[in-house]
Design a protein around this ligand. Structure first.
Ligand SMILES: C[S@@+](CC[C@H](N)C(=O)[O-])C[C@H]1O[C@@H](n2cnc3c(N)ncnc32)[C@H](O)[C@@H]1O
Length: 283
């Protein structure tokens, strides 16, 4: 059940961000670029080594030993990048996204490359059209920042993931979203937006387009308790966490890699759905 008091803000954010992502897809923004030809020559390698399932923090891959035949949900992952690569690696794929134009890119790539996979339009906090326990693997690129409340997202992901299945998600780090995009005169960054207390929970003020904030979208900061705690509360065990390294030697002050050396922009999480075994209850 959605909280009736929170529903108007949630519905407004879903509608606003679906329109914003439609515009980003139509303007061929960086995050709306389908996978390049080269990735299809060895999709498993692209997904694993250095790609989305590289658990960079601990230097180990998060890629399952096999993808062929696995049911994979690419959640909030329209754009023709993730879906066709998992499908080309042999998985049975469903791409789920709220933006019709991002899903249209998947439809286009699927037709051009003659790859068959499913596409569903909706909001990631309501997966009621997907059967319980259906997926072996859920991959979830950055997108929790587009909803004001995210506990339900994790509950829905847990519902559609089979026991023992994996959930890999990436989120904008709270501290990065809270902080100024440009450095001050001393080359450091300023903490600007609250993550807790009465001022928290509002959409962030708009910023000029950059790699850190998608133009025209409404974004919300979520605390580590909401992200990590929400995943655990939904019935997953967190197996690994990393902050992908976006630093570069000699990065110019104010550049994306310079800021990343102060504020890693993303948090990537590997979680496993717990089996419903009897365990010691907490008070
Ligand atoms: C950062 S993009 C991820 C996909 C992208 N192609 C990539 O390269 O990783 C974020 C995606 O989240 C989707 N999105 C935003 N809010 C959503 C919601 N409430 N439910 C489902 N998808 C949502 C957007 O339409 C967009 O396709």
């Amino acid at each position: 059940m959605f909280d009736p008091q929170a529903r108007p803000a949630r519905d407004a954010a879903v509608a606003h961000n679906a329109r914003a992502w439609d515009r980003l897809a139509e303007s061929k923004a960086a995050l709306a670029q389908p996978a390049a030809d080269a990735a299809f020559t060895d999709p498993r390698r692209w997904l694993g080594a250095g790609g989305w399932l590289a658990g960079e923090g601990q230097g180990r891959s998060w890629l399952p030993s096999r993808l062929d035949g696995l049911e994979v949900l690419c959640l909030a992952a329209g754009g023709g990048k993730h879906g066709p690569l998992y499908a080309a690696a042999g998985a049975r794929v469903t791409v789920f996204d709220s933006s019709p134009a991002m899903l249209a890119l998947d439809r286009q790539v699927a037709a051009e490359r003659r790859i068959d996979y499913g596409m569903v339009q909706g909001s990631m906090d309501d997966l009621s059209m997907l059967a319980a326990g259906r997926f072996d693997l859920v991959i979830h690129p950055v997108s929790t920042c587009y909803l004001p409340e995210i506990g339900r997202v994790f509950q829905e992901v847990a519902r559609v993931t089979r026991a023992g299945g994996l959930y890999v998600s990436q989120h904008k780090s709270p501290a990065s979203l809270q902080s100024s995009l440009e450095p001050g005169p001393r080359g450091s960054y300023e903490l600007r937006h609250p993550v807790a207390g009465p001022q928290a929970g509002r959409a962030l003020p708009p910023e000029p387009p950059s790699r850190l904030r998608e133009h025209g979208t409404q974004e919300f900061v979520h605390s580590l308790s909401a992200i990590l705690g929400g995943i655990c509360m939904a019935g997953f065990v967190i197996e690994d966490v990393c902050e992908p390294d976006h630093t570069e030697p000699q990065a110019a002050v104010g550049s994306f890699p310079h800021r990343a050396s102060f504020l890693p922009p993303y948090l990537r999480i590997l979680a496993k759905k717990q089996a419903a075994a009897a365990s010691l209850a907490l008070a």
